[in-house]
Design a protein around this ligand. Structure first.
Ligand SMILES: NC(=O)c1ccc[n+]([C@@H]2O[C@H](COP(=O)([O-])OP(=O)(O)OC[C@H]3O[C@@H](n4cnc5c(N)ncnc54)[C@H](OP(=O)(O)O)[C@@H]3O)[C@@H](O)[C@H]2O)c1
Length: 290
């Protein structure tokens, strides 16, 4: 299932597979801190993702920090035509539980340059402000993305963990290509941002699509119960696949980035793109889980 409407993200006419991959979990645990212990296995998983047709892979500087980008660069560069890796800057991590925003223009420039090097790229296809920094005026952080774009270090600017007002403000400074906020079948708090992005042809990348908490291995929506389990059994699918299919049905500008460390789960998640929910199933799921 591809989305021609968002093909401009790839810089051309190539369609994006709406089922992408979030690489965050390919780090040491706890806290996504340190290199992924099964380094060669991580590379195999990333290559399998591309073989399965995934061409949108999400990472960020603080995953590792740096190690996740390093792994992706080693596994996939030079990137096959039409495959993009999107990354983020604006968060620093100094230990498994020590994470803080750092959105000053100087830091964003430094993070961006590090990401370019680790991902083995001359230009980042999509660079997202990881989260607004309460110590830095939001317009200054977004202005830093605009400067990186005008210098050709990034092709598109995106945002993460932002409000609708912040998306609107950012768009007065630089075109915004994507928004990445937490959103899934159980957590609909960001409905207005999803709809605003759809209206303005901005990609929406829901993080935690299976409702996993950032540093916990459990994915509640992959377990499934009640209506979710019932719809899954009607469709001969798993609960996780139905939760992903619900997001794809929710809005055409949504690109999914579920995370996994398992090739079997990766294959199962990609197959969710083939599941077609009826409008009735979509409505039942929305009201039961919302
Ligand atoms: N912008 C932000 O602030 C932010 C924050 C968090 C995450 N993210 C991005 O969003 C991506 C996805 O988020 P996430 O990884 O936290 O949450 P998620 O995609 O909701 O869930 C990932 C968890 O689900 C499990 N899982 C995946 N597929 C499964 C399946 N088919 N069956 C059973 N379990 C399955 C994984 O375990 P296994 O490894 O065992 O499969 C993993 O523990 C991240 O990779 C990252 O790129 C962004």
């Amino acid at each position: 299932m591809t989305t021609p409407a968002l093909s401009w993200l790839l810089g051309g006419d190539l369609p994006i597979h709406r089922l992408g991959y979030g690489a965050m979990r390919l780090c040491a645990q706890p806290g996504n801190f340190g290199p992924y212990p099964d380094w060669e296995g991580g590379k195999r998983l990333l290559r399998r993702a591309v073989e399965l047709g995934i061409n949108f892979i999400d990472t960020a500087h603080p995953y590792g920090p740096g190690w996740n980008e390093e792994l992706i660069g080693e596994a996939l560069a030079p990137y096959p035509t039409g495959v993009i890796v999107t990354t983020k800057g604006g968060v620093e991590k100094t230990g498994p539980g020590e994470v803080f925003a750092d959105g000053s223009p100087a830091s964003l420039r430094r993070f961006c340059e590090g990401s370019l090097q680790r991902l083995k790229l001359d230009c980042l296809p999509l660079y997202q402000l990881h989260r607004p920094d309460p110590q830095v005026p939001f317009a200054k952080s977004v202005g830093a993305l605009a400067a990186l774009k005008s210098e050709g270090k990034i092709r598109h600017a995106g945002l993460s963990n932002v409000t609708l007002a912040q998306v609107e403000e950012a768009r007065t400074i630089v075109p915004i290509a994507s928004v990445q906020n937490r959103y899934n079948l159980q957590e609909h708090g960001d409905d207005a941002v999803v709809d605003y992005c759809a209206q303005h042809n901005i990609a929406y990348l829901p993080w935690g699509p299976l409702a996993a908490k950032p540093f916990a291995p459990e994915a509640p929506l992959a377990q499934g119960s009640g209506v979710l389990a019932q719809v899954a059994s009607e469709l001969g699918a798993t609960a996780g696949q139905v939760a992903l299919a619900w997001l794809l049905h929710r809005s055409p500008n949504i690109i999914l980035i579920p995370g996994t460390t398992s090739i079997a789960h990766l294959e199962e998640n990609v197959a969710a793109a083939k599941i077609q929910l009826s409008d009735a199933q979509f409505a039942t799921l929305s009201s039961a889980q919302g």
